[in-house]
Write a protein that binds this ligand. Structure first.
Ligand SMILES: [Zn+2]
Ligand SMILES: [Zn+2]
Length: 375
């Protein structure tokens, strides 16, 4: 696309004054403004073209170079070849002050009046027991929350009255202030930028339209959650401002430690102590799970620190991956006190171990077991 002459773009003569250039640009910008020409790429191109032309012609130095060398004189400033401005937002951020009083608050947006804002997100720290995390639960949160005032339904005006349009800014929430050749838009002090004036404020919210309330909220805790998991409750944050959508509530979970189980991802670890006799001869031991206890077979010759994995007895997955396992960690306990009989038998055992026949040693070991109350 070949570049058009900047004076032609703005429709001004080559000796136009700064004031004429500014007025011409504002006229073009109004005409091709994206809000007025939705989904019209041609208008958008013209809008950008006008912004480029204005950017050069409003600057005496750039304008002089342009007059002498044409487009080549101002290339390299980012404005050659139709580049420079990528979007309407670019242009607004560059020339926002001269649009301010053209479009009021609606720079880039089509709505009139104060701009709608989303409400703030809230965070709630929730501590739950290990059981609640493992099995899931429903809890009721009590959340101090700003809600739309029920008395005035958010208008801020006392019941039976209505907010009036602010006379200072004519309801736009912004006032124009001249500064040299530019006029700058500023929030209206009389109405704090709301565009409205409330002569008799609502007694309940004192005109704010919002009151603080304790809201009870039922929250479903999915089974398998872990510390640091966040539950997002859409729309349960603070209310939006000027009709904007409410924020979200994030419930951040902390799971308390359990006395029985340690946790490793979705796996559970439980430690069981067995005697050295049980370790040597093997045994069946009872192991707690999240539900009823189960019996775990300890094979002969189990070593201290050995781990037995019970599939699927861990925590449920949170919708991805498999359920966890239960890891039974064995601690072999060495007796600290022996009866005379036990000690005798053990000494005999030690001797047998020295001069072999293992079967005899095993039988003796069983006797030791009996003496210690293990079958
Ligand atoms: Zn109220
Ligand atoms: Zn006002």
């Amino acid at each position: 696309m070949s570049q058009r002459d900047y004076y032609e773009v703005l429709g001004v003569s080559r000796d136009a004054s700064q004031d004429e250039i500014k007025k011409a640009y504002r006229k073009k910008a109004m005409e091709f403004h994206p809000d007025r020409n939705p989904d019209n790429p041609d208008a958008e191109a013209r809008f950008k073209e006008a912004a480029e032309a204005y950017d050069v012609l409003r600057d005496d130095d750039k304008r002089a170079r342009y007059d002498r060398f044409g487009h080549a004189g101002v290339n390299g400033n980012g404005f050659g070849g139709g580049g420079g401005f990528h979007s309407a937002e670019d242009i607004f951020s560059q020339f926002g002050d001269i649009f301010g009083d053209l479009f009021g608050f609606s720079m880039g947006g089509a709505s009139r009046g104060p701009r709608a804002q989303s409400g703030a997100d809230l965070r709630y720290n929730l501590s739950i027991s290990f059981r609640q995390a493992a099995k899931g639960d429903e809890v009721t949160l009590k959340i101090p929350k700003k809600v739309t005032c029920p008395e005035c339904e958010g208008s801020g005006a006392a019941p039976g009255t209505k907010p009036e349009t602010c006379s200072r800014c004519a309801g736009r929430g912004q006032v124009r202030q001249s500064q040299g050749p530019f006029s700058i838009s500023m929030p209206c002090h009389a109405c704090n930028g709301t565009g409205q004036f409330i002569s008799s404020p609502c007694p309940r919210c004192r005109g704010a339209g919002i009151v603080q309330e304790i809201k009870e909220l039922a929250v479903r805790i999915p089974a398998g959650v872990d510390s640091g998991n966040r539950l997002r409750l859409r729309g349960e944050g603070e209310p939006g401002i000027h009709g904007g959508p409410p924020g979200d509530l994030y419930v951040v979970i902390t799971v308390e430690q359990d006395k029985t189980f340690r946790r490793h991802g979705q796996d559970l670890i439980v430690t069981r102590e067995i005697s050295f006799v049980q370790a040597a001869l093997g045994d069946r031991i009872e192991v707690p799970t999240l539900d009823d206890p189960i019996t775990v077979e300890i094979p002969k010759g189990t070593q201290n620190g050995e781990i037995f994995r019970m599939h699927d007895y861990g925590l449920p997955s949170l919708g991805y991956g498999a359920n966890g396992d239960l890891l039974v960690e064995i601690v072999v306990k060495t007796p600290t006190k022996l009866s005379k009989r036990q000690e005798e038998l053990l000494r005999e055992f030690a001797q047998l171990e020295d001069d072999k026949p293992m079967t005899k040693a095993k039988n003796l070991f069983k006797k030791v077991g009996k003496a210690m109350g293990v079958d």
